[in-house]
Design a protein around this ligand. Structure first.
Ligand code: ADP
Ligand code: MG
Length: 362
């Protein structure tokens, strides 16, 4: 069994923004005036979070950080699958009865269901029974039999969740788990919370999901390191401002079965088996973290061709960009961000292909 974990808790960061690295990368652009960085790290939603705000008022910065952390913790209390006081726990143990949930839970659930529909069920918010059978929810990994999986798949299906405003009805035996979207959704709310308190430059690292508020204090882009699926460190960098960047991959949370096969934690809702389609990571860049989070998981399920097709056909309304990395070390980057992406020196052997809307441009 192998699963790279920290002290029993998962550190799910696929994207890495080392404070050291940021200061090195920004060394040529000194921070203006007396603006300073204020950071706060904490553990929530089963992952490490670090919020950094840039401000010229220490008290304002610290108060804003406290408020944002409080917001995250309140959302965790609503969305936890295991805490008995949470909204999600109440829905999952309702025995098919209608439950009234908080506005934030209703918002997250309706977004998750909308994304499940849009992605044709690649994002499946009711996959929890299947994930539990693999041990991905408890860390006691095992390989379920094909019969067990097909019986459990009967208990899934986002189209069987009924919502009306804040009222949610889930058939008895089904379970919701909004973990694949919750951190992105929470990041949007935390960013909003900081903005409301006058912060216009901040970087939120939510277990590897990155949420940028504005630009760096000097007005330039943030430079993020993209964690390598092939070893330690980063394989590339990406420049962004006021956007979110979320990665899903199979190289951090997985186990090796007794059959010697590597099983990743993202599961194909059609088959009940961990995804194995040639992709090793999908990074999504968009204005909203919730869209990035939902899509990074769903596009990972769709595979390289499916992800490119989805990107080509979903650029209206909520456009997004993406970076796909395949098991055989190829990188595919959508054309709008290709100039913002750079490979690290030690990964220059990886070919980088643009993904364009029309084939002629490819
Ligand atoms: P992470 O939360 O680990 O950073 P993701 O956002 O990609 O990464 O979410 C993956 C988590 O979502 C898994 O650990 C599992 O709990 C759950 N999950 C796995 N496959 C799916 C799926 N197809 N649809 C929805 N949730 C999934
Ligand atoms: Mg996700």
């Amino acid at each position: 069994m192998c699963c790279r974990r920290m002290a029993g808790k998962s550190f799910r960061g696929f994207l890495l923004v080392l404070p050291v690295m940021l200061s090195v990368l920004s060394a040529c652009a000194p921070i203006r005036g007396r603006t300073e960085a204020y950071s706060q790290s904490f553990f929530a939603m089963d992952t490490y979070m670090t919020f950094t705000v840039y401000d010229d008022n220490a008290e304002e910065a610290r108060a804003a950080l406290r408020q944002a952390q409080g917001e995250l913790e309140a959302l965790e209390a609503l969305w936890s699958v295991t805490e008995q006081d949470s909204d999600i726990y109440a829905v999952n143990h309702s025995g098919g009865q209608t439950v009234t949930v908080d506005d934030q839970t209703a918002g997250l659930l309706s977004f998750a269901l909308q994304m499940a529909r849009k992605t044709g069920g690649a994002l499946e918010p009711t996959l929890y029974p299947v994930l539990t059978a693999w041990g991905f929810t408890t860390d006691e990994n095992r390989i379920p039999s094909a019969d067990e999986l097909s019986a459990l798949l009967e208990k899934t299906g986002y189209d069987r969740v009924v919502t009306a405003g804040n009222r949610v009805t889930l058939p008895d035996g089904m379970m919701l788990d909004l973990g694949a979207v919750g951190k992105g959704y929470a990041g949007d709310l935390a960013g909003q919370c900081l903005k409301e308190q006058g912060i216009d430059s901040a970087l939120l690292d939510i277990g590897g999901n990155i949420q940028a508020v504005g630009t760096k204090p000097d007005g330039s882009d943030w430079k993020l390191g993209l964690r390598s699926p092939f070893g330690e460190g980063i394989f590339g960098t990406l420049r962004i401002s006021d956007q979110a960047v979320v990665t899903s991959g199979n190289y951090e949370r997985y186990f090796i079965g007794e059959d010697g096969v590597r099983y990743g934690h993202i599961v194909d809702p059609e088959t009940g088996y961990p995804v194995d389609n040639g992709l090793t990571s999908v990074t999504v860049v968009a204005d909203e973290g919730k869209l990035c989070d939902a899509l990074s998981t769903a596009l990972f399920v769709m595979g390289p061709e499916g992800a490119v097709e989805y990107w080509k056909t979903h650029q209206e309304g909520q456009p997004f960009d993406m970076i796909l990395v395949t098991e055989d070390r190829e990188v595919y980057v959508t054309e709008q961000i290709k100039d913002r992406f750079n490979l690290q020196k030690e990964y220059r052997d990886m070919p980088v292909y643009p993904i364009a809307l029309s084939d002629e441009q490819e």
